[in-house]
Design a protein around this ligand. Structure first.
Ligand code: C6P
Length: 427
């Protein structure tokens, strides 16, 4: 029995962990004989339920054709499915107009689209772009490139030792020269939930445009663009049960209409002559070439799945698991946990260090126990610099994780500590 197999479209279902787990075939696999997978690398990418996998298969099996191009039946069906997915994504984030949803490849491309299409057109030398010290590289590098090319000034809201942002400093940094606040809603390296309700009004008072990196928030928290107060929201399908290769940029329609295209080519034009071209309306203006039709439709199925669970229930479950993990890992000798101590100030991410053991070694021992975590700088090197560590080990949770898996994680860390303190003999 699967989640949507017995649900009316749009109906809410109770959060039944056992049933949810049955929807994810990969959770039944072993990484070695007798070693079941415990997947705790959800901040990197989530697993996919049968409903999403089936939707992809169904599309290729029954409907596959290019969209917006032909009058034949398959093309009409594919177009309807693709545009239907756009409408589902719009509804999921509270956007009233599906034209405000641009399909991209991922969060990184969505941020780059704003950097190319909006910032390159409207920012001048001396204009300030404000980011924070806890950003993912995808929300730092595009602005550094723009700084080097156009002479904009890039300013950082600093991180405090507990992984939260220094809001006093933010009040000084966000000022009359701020033209863009580009800020994460949740740190992938530490789990910190950023108080956007404080920061966005500071930027808005200055007349700045606000871009929210929702790569970690949209999959895990209720997000509604009607109350968020931002102008752009970037996120990735693959972190929210959807396929890889499909992402979203939501933007306010007038802003999107004022922007230049990012890529030129098919589907984004209205007319082309040998001399010049004119642009199609939003969203086609930003979707040059044949788009990722199947994966957009797969993302629509992922959004259906999350909507049926309810994002408040997703959040409730993650608070429960994360709270347990903070307590359980906090009791393991030699473990230091990074990030805010209060579970309500963080998402389902627990970054930690094990005294005397390199995070990569921790990750390798955990893998022998079937526990998949990520180790490294998590594409957030300024966070590592601020913490004075080269890397961390990071467990990150999602809808299908259980407290029993957290227990296995904790005892695997204890094994890693024992193994390395014995000089690396006998796991
Ligand atoms: N973080 C992680 O393991 P893409 O790769 O474009 O889908 O997402 C980029 C990105 C942007 N912002 C934040 C806050 C993110 O967490 C990510 C992706 C993954 O933490 C891969 S580095």
């Amino acid at each position: 029995m699967t989640l949507t197999a017995h649900a009316e479209p749009g109906a809410r279902l109770p959060f039944d962990l056992a049933r949810i787990r049955r929807d994810f075939p990969i959770l039944r696999r072993e990484v070695a004989p007798g070693v079941p997978l415990i997947y705790l690398d959800n901040a990197a990418t989530s697993q996919k339920p049968v409903q999403v996998i089936a939707e992809l298969t169904r599309f290729y099996r029954d409907h596959n054709a290019n969209i917006h191009r032909a009058v034949h039946t398959l093309s009409v069906e594919s177009t309807e499915l693709y545009e239907g997915a756009r409408a589902k994504v719009a509804a999921f984030i509270g956007a009233t107009d599906p034209r405000e949803v641009i399909f991209t490849r991922n969060t990184t491309e969505s941020i780059n689209l704003v950097a190319h299409g909006w910032a390159r057109k409207f920012l001048r030398a001396g204009d300030e772009v404000v980011v924070s010290e806890i950003e993912h590289h995808s929300n730092i590098v595009p602005w550094q490139m723009l700084r080097d090319e156009r002479g904009i000034v890039l300013r950082y809201i600093p991180m405090l030792p507990d992984g939260t942002l220094d809001l006093e400093a933010a009040r000084q940094i966000i000022g009359p020269k701020t033209r863009l606040l580009s800020i994460t809603a949740m740190s992938n390296a530490l789990g910190t939930i950023v108080p956007l309700e404080v920061l966005i009004p500071l930027a808005k008072v200055q007349g700045a445009v606000v871009l929210v990196d929702g790569a970690q928030s949209v999959p895990h928290l209720p997000v509604d663009v009607r109350t968020l107060g931002a102008d752009f929201l970037a996120f990735s399908g693959h972190k929210m049960l959807g396929p890889t290769g499909i992402g979203v940029l939501w933007g306010r329609l007038p802003l999107l209409e004022s922007m230049d295209p990012f890529l030129g080519g098919g589907d984004m034009i209205l007319t082309v002559s040998m001399e010049r071209s004119t642009w199609a309306d939003v969203p086609a203006k930003f979707e040059a070439g044949t788009p990722n039709i199947a994966d957009a439709i797969g993302l629509g199925a992922a959004v259906d799945y999350l909507a049926a669970l309810g994002m408040d229930e997703v959040r409730r479950h993650e608070i429960e698991i994360t709270d347990y993990a903070l307590r359980r890992l906090g009791d393991v000798p030699g473990v230091t946990i990074f990030g805010p101590p209060d579970v309500r100030s963080r998402g389902g991410v627990v970054s930690f260090a094990l005294e005397g053991v390199h995070p990569h070694d921790v990750g390798q021992v955990l893998d022998t126990k079937g526990v998949a975590i990520r180790t490294g700088h998590h594409c957030a090197q300024p966070v590592m610099t601020a913490l004075h560590v080269p890397a961390t080990a990071r467990a990150s949770f999602y809808i299908y994780n259980t407290v029993a898996e957290v227990d296995t994680l904790a005892s695997a860390i204890e094994s890693a500590a024992a193994f390395f303190h014995r000089g690396g003999v006998g796991i």
